[in-house]
Design a protein around this ligand. Structure first.
Ligand SMILES: [Zn+2]
Length: 276
């Protein structure tokens, strides 16, 4: 082959690889994208809030909202998390500590991640992992979350959609119900409307890859009201900081985090206005 022939072949090969990988990426992303959701440019605008409190169940739940948190912080909002448990009953991926110390380690991972995101406050309620709804009554749990809302004074609360809870985890659903009831009581006390946003999964993606449980989550979830385009490095950093969960995605879905977030590139939220 002549030099010119070699160059020509190399160019053709480069074009094929480029077009092929772009097409693969485009196809992969189309699998995960919720159709026709408005992409929000401003979190404080989408939530109509300068103070935002996120209510979760476990250390690592906040990974569902890395983009929302980091943008809100960038936009100058006050952002805080309330996490129900220390995650002491979790499975380790990989095992990095004796199970009896996992709660301390995971609370540390959570706080370190929150610090990296620039959170203004992090509250850990210390309820039993896997047994939130058994440890306290709904009224007690609501009162505990309400106490934090009154202290932190948010204009918007972000939490789990109660019936689907991102994964149907009972702790997620319990915290979703508590966040809803506490936000209703807080809006009444405040005499002003409060935004409540639910963090959602990608229904097309989970329907395809999530098995029966996630197909049920997708069925129960409301339509998203806005999406945020995700900085994938925030997600992969989050899993790195959560060292006891670093391989969670690969172990449970077969897809490594870096690849999953090349394809799943948006966070989705449904918004409710809670009137006083
Ligand atoms: Zn969780």
């Amino acid at each position: 082959m002549t030099i010119r022939g070699l160059i020509f072949s190399a160019i053709v090969l480069a074009i094929v690889l480029l077009v092929g990988s772009r097409a693969a990426l485009w196809y992969g992303r189309s699998i995960f994208a919720e159709p026709d959701v408005e992409v929000a440019q401003s979190v404080t605008g989408a939530l109509n809030a300068e103070r935002i409190v996120l209510v979760f169940a476990h250390p690592d739940d906040e990974i569902t909202a890395t983009e929302l948190i980091s943008r809100a912080v960038e936009e100058g909002a006050f952002v805080a998390t309330v996490t129900a448990t220390r995650g002491e009953a979790g499975t380790q991926y990989p095992e990095i500590v004796a199970q009896e110390h996992l709660g301390v380690v995971r609370e540390g991972e959570l706080r370190r991640h929150g610090f990296a995101l620039g959170l203004d406050a992090q509250v850990v309620l210390g309820l039993p992992d896997g047994g939130v709804a058994e440890a306290v009554s709904e009224a007690q749990l609501t009162a505990r979350v309400l106490e934090e809302l009154v202290r932190l004074q948010p204009d918007a609360v972000v939490g789990f959609h109660p019936p689907s809870g991102v994964s149907l985890h009972p702790d997620h659903m319990a915290m979703g119900r508590a966040a809803l009831a506490a936000t209703q009581a807080y809006a009444r006390q405040r005499g002003e409307a409060v935004t409540l946003a639910y963090t959602l999964v990608s229904r097309p993606g989970t329907q395809r890859f999530g098995g029966e449980r996630y197909a049920r989550v997708a069925d129960l979830q409301p339509d998203p009201d806005f999406a945020l385009t995700v900085d994938a490095s925030l997600k992969t950093r989050a899993w790195r900081i959560h060292a006891s969960q670093a391989d969670y995605l690969r172990e449970t879905t077969g897809v490594p985090a870096w690849l999953l977030y090349r394809l799943w590139t948006q966070e989705y939220y449904a918004v409710r206005i809670i009137e006083p």
